[in-house]
Structures are given as C-alpha cells and as structure tokens.
Design a protein around this ligand. Structure first.
Ligand code: BGC
Length: 337
C-alpha cells in the first residue's frame, strides 16, 4: 500500500509505503528513507507500534531527533568537521559548534528519496548525493532496502562513489517495545549487550580516543539490566552526555537484545558494523505521532555504525571507501514475542 503523507516546502509530495511479512508490518516514508511505524505483536496477540515518530513531514523537517531516519554519508560525529583523505583536507558543513553531527545540515534525513521498487515485503529507496554534497567527495549513489521478514526487519545499505569517500550509514530508530505511547516504560526495558568496551566522549560528545572497559562501570550491559537502572549514577560519561549516548564495540552478534517483560516483546540487533551507539533519547521531548507528546527518554536508539569520529582514529575500523568500490552493510532488528 502507498498513501499520501504530506507536501514538502518544495511542493513535492511524500508518501508512506507499507511493507509486511507474517505478523509484522511497517511504514516507511521516502522523506529521509525513514521508518515511521513498526507494528509488532505481543505474547497475547496485541499489536503495538514500537518506534517513535511523527504524523507528518513537518514533524520530521522541524526536529533534530532523526527519528527513524537513514543517516549518511557519515552517521554520528566528526570533530572539527574536517579530515584528511588521500592527502587532501575534506571540509564538511558544521552543524554542532565546529563539529559535524550526522553529516551536517540538510542531511539525508530531510531529502526526498526515490522509490526504486515497492513490493509486499520490501521497499528499495535510492538517493543521488553529488560530489561536494555537505563537503563529501564523490558523486555517490546510495540505496537502502527495508526487507520485512516474518521475524524482523532487515535494513541493507549499498552505495558507490566515483571518488574515494566515506560511507557510514545507519538507521536512527528509537524503540519502545511497550509501544511508542507507553512513555514511562522505555527506561524499564532491559538491555543486554556483550560489548566489553565503550568510547568515552568529551563535553562536545567527541570520543577522547580511549576505549574503556565497561567492567565495574554503569556502561556494563553484559548482564541484562534495565536501561534506567544505573542512568543516574555519579559517573562522568553519564553526566557529560546527559544519559547514555555512547558508542560500544560490537563484540559478537546479536550486538544487543532489548526486552520488555510486560509485553513479552524482545528485539535482537544483528549487524556487520563494528560499533553500536546506545542513545537513551535524552532530548526526545515534543509532539509525536498519534497525538502523543513525547517526554525525555521515551525510547532508545541502537544505531549500528563505525565508531564516532573514526576518520581521526586510524587505529579503529575505517569508514573510508575507494572510488567505484561497493559499500554494503546490513542490520537486522529481529523480534520475538
Ligand atoms: C547522537 C546524539 C544526538 C542525536 C540527535 C544521536 O545519534 O548520538 O548525541 O543528540 O543523535 O538526535
């Protein structure tokens, strides 16, 4: 099914596309190749929409939350909005002080993507990002596929550029497995993550370069615990970022499992990315879907990606890609109920 979603300031229409498989249904808009709704049953058969979102394109255009969006060419932060590639300095458009967050202003999340194909269980969206777009080198062709499987949603990224560039694409969905309107439930949900290390950040959310063991810190999710259990602990990284907003290593798959014990819904994250940003929605306040006014921390984003600011840390996995070489990455959010 394809339905009208709204008209953009450019006069162009954007749409909502439904995909389904088994008992799972999602809606994706071509604005930002964004996941708008994701309906998942619970153990008693009741269906809930488990992602945060907005009712209209205006909501997506006006906010800085990146709800459900496809983020690129580089997800997360690049310090000083510049880096060296092939001996030349690449200068990006800054949007967070001197730094780049999610690639700067006019991100892929506010572009109208082309719908290449839409079938019952999948949609393929593509975007042309010209040479110099936001400062990144190379004419890039980017493709995102949302494939609904009977047990989850698989998001695949394919991209190619005609010059050496950076590709580090992610999906920025915030999950609340009790249903997006059950706001007080999000921080009660239990996270399990095998990660042994995380990246501490400075006050501007830029990694300091340290990979710190989670041992003995509130960042340790190797034993499952509620997201909110330790969030108020007196621990500098939690103070600096105002809650969890940190990259963790992906040690093994699933990289994370989130569980809502009341509904019985559980979500496992499988990815080929080296890192996962755990962001407890420390700034989600505002008008959301279905007349809901979102409060702080009413969902958690589990963004699979390269480590933040990896372009300045050659010792970490690198998001650089050669001209004409295919970039391919996949993340699956798998549900049980
Ligand atoms: C970042 C947060 C940021 C948010 C924007 C997340 O990926 O880690 O620091 O505030 O995106 O909505």
């Amino acid at each position: 099914m394809k339905e009208f979603f709204g008209t953009l300031p450019t006069g162009e229409a954007c749409h909502l596309y439904t995909i389904r498989s088994g008992r799972l249904t999602a809606q994706i808009t071509d604005l930002g190749a964004t996941l708008v709704r994701l309906w998942v049953p619970d153990s008693k058969g009741a269906i809930a929409d488990v992602v945060l979102g907005y009712d209209s394109p205006e909501g997506y255009l006006a906010s800085g939350t990146y709800f459900g969006a496809t983020v690129g060419r580089n997800a997360n932060r690049i310090a000083t909005s510049s880096f060296v590639l092939d001996g030349k300095t690449v200068v990006l458009d800054a949007n967070e002080g001197p730094n780049s967050l999610h690639s700067g202003p006019r991100g892929y999340n506010v572009r109208l993507w082309d719908v290449q194909s839409h079938l019952e269980d999948r949609i393929i969206l593509s975007l042309h990002s010209p040479h110099g777009d936001q400062g990144f080198p190379g004419n890039a062709h980017i493709r995102v596929t949302y494939l609904m499987e009977a047990d989850g949603i698989r998001i695949t990224y394919d991209a190619v550029s005609d010059r050496d560039t950076v590709f580090n694409l992610t999906n920025h969905s915030y999950f609340n497995l009790a249903g997006h309107e059950m706001q007080d439930q999000a921080m009660k949900q239990v996270l399990m993550m095998p990660a042994r290390f995380f990246n501490p950040d400075d006050a501007a959310n830029i990694p300091t370069g340290e990979l710190r063991p989670v041992d003995g810190t509130p960042m340790d999710f190797r034993e499952p615990k509620a997201l909110g259990r330790d969030i108020a602990m007196d621990y500098e990284p939690l103070h600096l970022q105002g809650g969890y907003d940190h990259n963790f290593e992906v040690f093994c798959n699933p990289a994370a499992i989130l569980t809502d014990s009341n509904s019985g819904r559980s979500m496992a994250v499988y990815t080929d990315c080296p890192g996962i940003q755990v962001y407890t929605g420390n700034f989600t306040e505002g008008a959301g879907k279905d007349g809901v006014t979102y409060v702080k921390r009413c969902g958690v984003a589990l963004e699979t990606q390269f480590y933040p600011d990896a372009v300045h840390h050659p010792e970490w996995p690198q998001p650089f890609i050669k001209a004409n070489q295919p970039y391919h990455s996949q993340t699956k959010y798998r549900f049980t109920w």
